[in-house]
Design a protein around this ligand. Structure first.
Ligand SMILES: Cc1cc2nc3c(=O)[nH]c(=O)nc-3n(C[C@H](O)[C@H](O)[C@H](O)COP(=O)(O)O)c2cc1C
Length: 351
């Protein structure tokens, strides 16, 4: 089992690099910020720094869970962690299951903490993990928090995937209560609905990562790996912008991370204006690291941060609190979905 899990890590990277993002939009293209030609700001003073889980970040951005668990990916996690440290953003390691099964690959995760001793680093395991496993994963990277992932669609598509998810909510409730660090419950590309988020909140969860449709397509990756088949699974899911606005419409005191197909500084700015606590990306960081190496990744992240500051300036927002009060015009499919779900999209335009 450990061998096949380790091989899977390499295949995920191979196919994530080979396959394009899903054709189905994240929905961010439907949402517009309003240009402000009189911003009364100096670009150099635009402050996009924030606090998350008690640590200061230079920008509300995270390298989302990607990998670890095979010696061949040690350098990937080293490069990602170095870039996170040098740019002052957060990072999550990939699923640590392989290192629970085989201690010899622990260093492929631990390297993320070695390279970034003071940064915000999250552990990562399936939401079906046990308390002992979660504690070990946290300890392995001296994590500030842990991501518990929900990936039903991926498992259903995967040749060797889990098919029994009974008891997962109860398991999450137990973990939230007993773990010493904050828990983030995340999807991996199919999104979280308002109903799911409300159920998670009732289970004690205070931070969710939408992980919506619009970017990396895990059903397609699993089908390419020789999965159980079903192209329809590749088209399944809640677009990220829809999931984000559904989450925020609950009014619950939750930190919501926007991820899944975010690709540009405009996407990041829209997500933060809507009320996200953080934005995150996975596929693009992996691609840039592969193509341009660690230096190229640092430049890319610095470009995203500079882009966020520029777009903030164009809305007249000098900091993230001001950005969260700026109007957003929600159009098209995203507006239609939200209206049909009873969500007042016009309230964003009237801010
Ligand atoms: C190669 C690869 C491996 C991934 N492995 C994990 C994982 O182990 N655990 C997890 O929670 N998410 C994993 N993800 C999902 C990402 O964290 C993220 O939720 C998803 O890719 C959507 O974001 P994106 O469109 O910006 O890539 C992985 C993504 C990629 C590209």
């Amino acid at each position: 089992m450990a061998i096949s899990r380790k091989t899977r890590k390499l295949e995920h990277i191979k196919y994530a690099l080979e396959l394009p993002d899903t054709d189905f939009p994240s929905g961010f293209g439907d949402i517009f910020l309003v240009h402000n030609a009189l911003p009364e700001l100096n670009r150099d003073g635009v402050d996009c720094s924030c606090f998350f889980m008690g640590k200061r970040l230079r920008a509300p951005l995270m390298i989302n869970a990607i990998t670890g668990g095979h010696t061949a990916v040690l350098e990937v996690n080293r490069g990602l962690a170095q870039a996170a440290a040098r740019t002052g953003i957060a990072m999550a390691v990939g699923s640590q299951r392989a290192a629970l099964d085989d201690p010899e690959v622990r260093h492929t995760f631990a390297v993320a903490r070695e390279e970034n001793p003071d940064g915000l680093l999250l552990a990562n395991l399936s939401a079906l993990c046990t308390l002992e496993e979660a504690l070990e994963a946290i300890d392995m990277v001296a994590a500030d928090g842990i991501q518990l992932y929900l990936n039903v669609n991926q498992e259903l598509a995967m040749r060797e995937g889990d098919t029994d998810f009974r008891g997962v909510l109860e398991n999450i409730a137990r973990l939230v209560q007993q773990l010493p660090v904050p828990v983030v419950v995340k999807e991996v590309g199919c999104g979280l609905s308002r109903e799911t988020i409300t159920a998670l909140y009732r289970a004690g969860v205070r931070c969710v990562d939408i992980g919506g449709r619009g970017g990396t397509n895990f059903a397609a990756i699993e089908n390419r790996r020789g999965g159980r088949g079903g192209a329809y699974l590749e088209q399944w899911g809640i677009p990220t912008a829809v999931g984000l606005l559904e989450a925020l419409s609950t009014g619950l005191p939750l930190a919501v991370i926007a991820s899944g197909g975010l690709r540009t500084p405009v996407d990041m700015t829209v997500a933060m204006a809507a009320g996200a606590a953080l934005t995150a990306m996975a596929g693009p960081f992996l691609r840039v690291l592969q193509e341009k190496g660690p230096e190229g990744l640092v430049d890319y992240i610095n470009g995203l941060i500079a882009g966020l500051q520029r777009v903030m300036m164009l809305t007249g927002a000098g900091n993230l609190a001001a950005l969260a009060r700026k109007p957003l015009v929600i159009t098209g499919f995203t507006a239609e979905w939200l209206q049909r779900r009873g969500i007042d999209v016009d309230a964003y335009a009237r801010r």
